[in-house]
Design a protein around this ligand. Structure first.
Ligand code: DGL
Length: 274
């Protein structure tokens, strides 16, 4: 298999959240193969420093390169906000993140110019969502809210638990008061809480999932660079591969509840070696 267009796409996150992006890539560009890495030993990323996130992301990209990926999708808002611009010049393959696509959709979707962003502490502190939204819509008012408990609740699989609903009510109440008409789910774990978020925010608020636009950008980028898989070569082995840094079985069970096919194996790797 020498032709680079048949190489897989590397997709990574701190844990299961990036599966929401992988799922969208599989839906929009089904001929592409994915090598997914979830850093389940070091999740959550959202409360860690920039230098730590850069260090973790660099190790993961080194690992993905050993799988001969042709492009990398940083399916984690925190790593997209804190590490992407540092890593991009270090790589000779295309790399895209989720923040810019999500911010663009929100800036275009709002009617009243009031946009909420829920994300990890590090993503909110980076102000990247606000900057990118303003680059598309300078008059928009952006209200950021860090929701640090969401990520562990999702990793635990407590998607509709009363505890999660209570926590969500507390986080979202101040945003409801601002009158936003658009809410960006600015952490790849949060679309898994969509029905809870929808119930609290009501039908009139647009819930933006950056995964959709990210998959579209990836498709355009692969087409432009002549890297799109035409599906003419049967993949050797599984179509998609899953790797984690801890608790492989738990990850596999979770992946099986949200992906449109059965994940038969998830491999454990020592990410610190990369
Ligand atoms: N899913 C990630 C994000 O999009 C990180 C969540 C975390 O590890 O704190 O930001």
């Amino acid at each position: 298999m020498n032709n680079i267009k048949y190489a897989p796409i590397g997709v990574f996150d701190s844990g299961v959240g990036g599966l929401t992006v992988a799922r969208e890539i599989m839906r929009q560009i089904p001929d592409e193969r994915i090598v997914y890495f979830g850093d389940t030993a070091r999740v959550p990323y959202g409360s860690k420093s920039k230098s730590t996130i850069i260090h973790f992301s660099r190790q993961i990209v080194h690992f993905l390169r050993t799988k001969n990926v042709k492009a990398v999708v940083v399916a984690c808002n925190t790593a997209s906000a804190l590490a992407l611009e540092t890593l991009r010049p270090e790589l000779d393959i295309p790399v895209i993140g989720v923040v810019k696509p999500g911010a663009k959709v929100a800036a275009e979707a709002t009617k009243n110019g009031k946009i909420g962003v829920i994300a990890t502490e590090s993503t909110i502190e980076s102000q990247l969502y606000t900057q990118v939204i303003h680059s598309h819509n300078p008059k928009a008012q952006v209200f950021g809210k860090a929701c640090p408990l969401f990520c562990p609740l999702v990793e635990e699989g407590w998607l509709k638990d009363p505890v999660t609903v209570e926590v969500a009510n507390r986080y979202l109440e101040p945003l409801l008061e601002t009158g936003i008409d658009t809410l960006v789910m600015g952490c790849t774990h949060y679309p898994l809480l969509r029905s809870t978020l929808r119930e609290i925010m009501g039908e009139s608020v647009n819930l933006v999932n950056p995964a959709y636009e990210t998959a579209r950008e990836l498709k355009d980028l692969l087409d432009e660079q002549g890297l799109s898989n035409d599906g003419k070569l049967e993949p050797e082995g599984s179509m998609h591969q899953f790797y984690v840094s801890d608790a492989a079985n738990k990850f596999k069970q979770f992946a099986n509840t949200i992906l449109p096919f059965g994940v038969d194996s998830t491999q454990l790797i020592h990410i610190e070696e990369y």
